[in-house]
Write a protein that binds this ligand. Structure first.
Ligand code: 3HC
Ligand code: NAI
Length: 699
């Protein structure tokens, strides 16, 4: 028998047990092993039924994703599922842990399904830019109807066993050892005279408005094609005989396999897991972490405190005045209320977090015993240095001292203490209890175990943590500043902010740059422009039309007016008519004759600026690997996941084309469009960013 599928027998039941750690992915060896197991079971005298069960922590987590993009190898998964279903034996799947994608498809090929109460099932293929490719789009609608199937297939969501039972996906839910539970269920079925029950032979489900469902899935996916294509595959289950439906599913699956979106999504899947895997941290133990001090209870401090409380840490929050401290407590309570309403915590947990978990204070001495402090006071070097001086005086030896600064020099902050090795940047994103990204900013003298503690904190908070070096804005905000500037230049040259926002949401961004600026607060950019003014190069083009709005106290969403006007409480605004006049006035002053931009041109310039700056960030070692940049933009800046990140997108476009674009833009503005040396090098060597990722993985 194969190494991955063992064959044993209990009375008249054959047991096919899959052992392919860590999650029993359906590699070629597992598929072949299942085929062999079926041959043997059917030839084994007296065997009447067969049980499929998984070893370890999952039934089966789906197809082996590492095989995607390579030539498919027989036996195909569809054949395995069909073979299970058409076997003369009664087939039962006993499902524990996860049964995802092809794993659920194997179970749907079986005639009966039993699951553990904490098991989860799902068809997450859309998260990989695909649709189920081994029969689920044909079998599931026959089993549970079209609506419920579309819900699962187009969202990719996981369903817990009790819900799966209610939906009709599994037949029985019972706790115990998966093999024992499975065997007793088979016994029950055999003793009760149960017969084979092939799902493909069940009645076809009823039709729905397919075009409506297709358009809805396309809109919800913000341009991602797989969920919409899944609708067409499910449509085939209603309109075609089973075998033809399977062929339709296969055709769509194979077409999607060839798309850039599939490549982007799979890059995201593996990068999300690789991002926290740093060679420098191998064997480095993080410091103990139970209590966290937070300085400043404004937007960020309160959000970070909320995230820490939700992850089970004790929090001591310091503010300047008692009123501010109480306001911070209210802010945190409001955030936790949200978690309570969404069922993430119970009433008892909510009360315990606010009474036992959180202490607010105006006295820095309250920080004497905390394991880590995260500073989130005003973005001002003087204020930060003052705070770090106080922390140096009161915190215990070995406490990690972190700053949440967005742009400031972490080396300089560290130098204001007597223990720079304990100082690190932990850059959260707003709202800090919701946004997944955490930039871990490693300063010159930061100790390795302090870096490891930063990553341990990120993991505990459920964040995607990215290592960054020190520079103005680190990875994300530095790149943002550049592509924002490219957008501003296009506005000066004639594109409207609203056309730019639309071109970028059409590309798949959650929001365009001007809507984002309104959300973040226009005062931030205004302050940055003022801060940078003294060192500005004379050739740098800096549009200032929006500063007029700031001077009048309009800072975007929080004041109700910015690029857009927001009705009271509204999160979406309508274009602000004053903006056009402000732009026209600046164009006149600078002697610019506005010209038209196509959406495609807007996108290319915006992305060229993003990729070029990202390549500089990489070349300077601020980001270690291209995938670090990709994950930063994906989890902190609303970059569409199906493109995998800006550098994956760049690879897919072809780096020589991008470099050509940058050089052509440089003819008009050589200061802004200076090609990144790394980009020029990669083009000259005929390599791309993915080659650098692979090189780093081997190191
Ligand atoms: N194929 C290959 N490797 C897989 C895998 C898969 N389907 N699923 C997980 N892995 C690997 C991960 O890359 C990781 O490897 P690493 O340790 O080298 O980084 C390891 O297994 C453990 O995974 P996680 O770190 O993600 O462990 P978790 O416990 O957090 O999560 C999981 C487990 C829920 C199974 C999660 O890994 C997951 O969601 N996997 C993807 C499931 C999926 O998308 N299945 C559908 C595949 S497509 C398909 O089936 C097509 C079919 O319709 C034809
Ligand atoms: P905020 O203005 O909302 O809050 C700052 C808080 O710090 C105020 O409540 C203030 O009373 C308090 N404070 C100031 N000096 C203090 C001191 N010496 N001791 C104790 N408390 C003090 O500011 P916000 O937005 O929360 O930003 C805080 C930091 O986080 C800044 O460095 C900012 O750059 C950074 N940041 C902000 C993000 C955002 O989107 N707002 C995102 C990521 C980082």
């Amino acid at each position: 028998m194969s190494d991955t599928v063992s064959y044993t027998r209990k009375d008249d039941v054959a047991i096919l047990r899959i052992t392919n750690p860590p999650v029993n992915a359906l590699s070629q060896a597992v598929r072949a092993g299942l085929m062999d197991g079926m041959d043997r079971a059917e030839a084994d005298d007296g065997v009447r039924a067969a049980l499929i069960v998984g070893d370890g922590r999952a039934f089966i987590a789906g197809a082996d994703i590492t095989e995607f993009g390579k030539p498919p190898q027989t036996p195909y998964l569809t054949e395995v599922c069909n073979r299970i279903e058409s076997s003369p034996l009664i087939f039962v799947a006993s499902m524990h842990g996860v049964s995802l994608g092809g794993g659920l498809e194997i179970a749907l090929g079986a005639h009966y399904r039993v699951a553990q109460p904490d098991a989860r099932v799902g068809l997450p293929e859309v998260h990989l830019g695909l649709i189920p490719g081994a029969g689920a789009t044909q079998r599931l609608p026959r089993l549970i109807g079209v609506e419920k199937s579309l819900d699962l297939i187009t969202s990719g969501r996981h369903v817990k066993a009790p819900e799966a039972l209610e939906m009709g996906i599994v037949d029985h839910v019972v706790d115990g050892d998966p093999q024992e539970v499975g065997l007793s269920y088979v016994r029950e079925l055999l003793d009760g005279g149960a017969e084979r029950r092939p799902v493909s032979a069940m009645d076809k489900p009823a039709a729905i408005d397919w075009d409506g469902a297709y358009e809805a899935a396309l809109a919800k996916g913000r341009g991602q094609v797989a969920p919409a294509e899944a609708v067409r595959a499910v449509q085939a289950s209603v309109e075609q005989p089973f075998d033809e439906g399977l062929e339709t599913e296969r055709r769509i699956f194979m077409e999607l396999m060839e798309t850039d979106q599939r490549q982007g999504m799979i890059h995201a899947f593996f990068s999300e897991r690789a991002v926290g895997n740093l060679p420098e941290l191998k064997g480095v133990e993080p410091r103990a972490l139970q209590s966290i001090g937070i300085i400043g209870g404004g937007t960020m401090g309160a959000g970070i405190a909320t995230a820490a409380l939700l992850a089970g840490f004790n929090v001591v929050l310091i503010e300047m005045k008692n009123e501010a401290a109480e306001a911070a407590r209210e802010r945190i309570a409001g955030n936790l209320q949200g978690a309570l309403k969404r069922g993430k915590i119970t009433d008892a947990k909510y009360d315990a977090m606010l009474t036992n978990g959180l202490e607010v204070s105006v006295n820095y001495d309250s920080l004497a015993s905390v394991d880590m402090v995260i500073e989130a006071v005003f973005e001002d070097m003087g204020v930060k240095k003052d705070v770090f001086g106080k922390l140096d005086a009161v915190c215990k030896k070995g406490a990690v001292l972190a700053t949440n600064t967005s742009y400031l020099d972490v080396d300089e902050i560290a130098a204001s203490t007597s223990r720079p090795a304990d100082v690190i940047g932990l850059h959260f994103f707003s709202p800090a209890h919701v946004m997944k990204l955490l930039e871990i900013v490693v300063a010159d003298q930061t100790a390795p175990d302090v870096v490891a503690t930063g990553f341990a904190l990120g993991k505990a908070l459920g964040k995607v943590s990215v290592r960054a070096g020190v520079c103005d804005g680190f990875i994300g905000n530095r790149i943002l500043a550049t592509y924002r500037t490219a957008a501003d230049h296009m506005v000066l040259d004639g594109a409207s902010p609203y056309q730019i926002d639309k071109a970028l949401t059409d590309f798949g961004f959650a929001m365009g740059p001007f809507a984002v600026a309104d959300l973040a607060g226009l005062d931030i950019g205004w302050a940055t422009r003022k801060r940078k003014a003294p060192d500005r190069h004379p050739d740098e083009r800096v549009p200032t039309y929006i500063d007029c709005l700031c001077e009048q106290g309009h800072f975007g969403q929080k004041t109700g007016k910015g690029y857009y006007i927001y009705e009271k409480g509204a999160r979406r605004g309508v274009p602000n008519p004053e903006i056009e006049d402000l732009i026209t006035a600046e164009q006149k002053e600078l002697g610019i004759t506005p010209r038209d931009f196509t959406d495609a041109e807007i996108l290319r310039r915006y992305m060229a600026a993003m990729v070029n700056e990202a390549a500089k960030v990489l070349g300077e070692g601020i980001a270690r690997r291209p995938l670090d940049v990709d994950m930063t933009l994906l989890f902190g800046y609303g970059f569409p996941r199906y493109w995998g990140g800006p550098l994956k997108w760049a690879d897919l476009q072809g780096l020589p084309n991008l470099l050509e674009d940058i050089k052509s833009y440089a003819r008009d503005d050589p200061w802004f469009w200076q090609p990144a040396p790394l980009l020029e090098q990669l083009v000259a060597e005929g390599r791309n960013f993915d080659d650098l990722n692979k090189q780093a993985a081997k190191a």
